[in-house]
Design a protein around this ligand. Sequence first.
Ligand SMILES: CC(C)(COP(=O)(O)OP(=O)(O)OC[C@H]1O[C@@H](n2cnc3c(N)ncnc32)[C@H](O)[C@@H]1OP(=O)(O)O)[C@@H](O)C(=O)NCCC(=O)NCCS
Length: 200
Amino acid sequence: MISAVRADAFAEPAGQLRFTVRKAAMREIPAILDLINGYAARGVMLPRTELELSETIRDFSVAILGGRLLGCGALHFYSPSVGEIRSLAVAGEAKTHGVGRKLVEALVAEAERYELGAVFAFTYVVEFFGKVGFQAVERGMLPLKAWKDCVRCPKFQACDEVAVLRVLRTDRWSKAQGQPWGESTMGADEQFIRIPTPGR
Ligand SMILES: CC(C)(COP(=O)(O)OP(=O)(O)OC[C@H]1O[C@@H](n2cnc3c(N)ncnc32)[C@H](O)[C@@H]1OP(=O)(O)O)[C@@H](O)C(=O)NCCC(=O)NCCS
């Protein structure tokens, strides 16, 4: 069984952990939930439920070392050309060993295989995302559907997350920007999603 890492887990210097990044398996859901919801309890991520994880497990990649979960992250599609990197989390003791970077690289490679024009994220760690090729953008550049999870966020009325974006294919991204977001896939009721109020 995959378990979360312990505080004394690593003695290796930064950057020298020989972990594997691969798609997640159903049996890893309990450890992924522990990791994400541990951060959610501290207000730095949205919580996830077992049902949500089961429904979206195919979005997830994991970083594994010796049967232990070091980190996870998900690529979620919003339109034929845009996806979100979300639920990105690295266990406290595995931080600064390149696990977050490798997870993002794997998710971006997946997005490229699906020929997405761009991937985005909402985050407090703008500097980390800058290191892995993203840049801060105006919230209005992102698809309305991307905000649907926000209504259950405790910070809905004072949102302090930053939207970051990495363009993968300028042709597909430019084309997507030229259209109202999600025009081809949204029902009339979905057009009226409330977006969070910036806390700044
Ligand atoms: C943010 C997070 C995923 C980074 O993972 P990590 O494995 O520690 O990051 P890496 O070791 O791959 O770091 C890659 C680069 O980003 C930098 N970096 C990592 N975390 C950073 C931070 N919080 N602030 C600034 N820079 C950071 C590293 O120094 C490294 O820089 P370098 O390439 O110049 O050496 C991890 O700290 C985490 O899980 N945080 C809590 C949950 C969270 O906030 N998730 C993001 C939700 S969108």
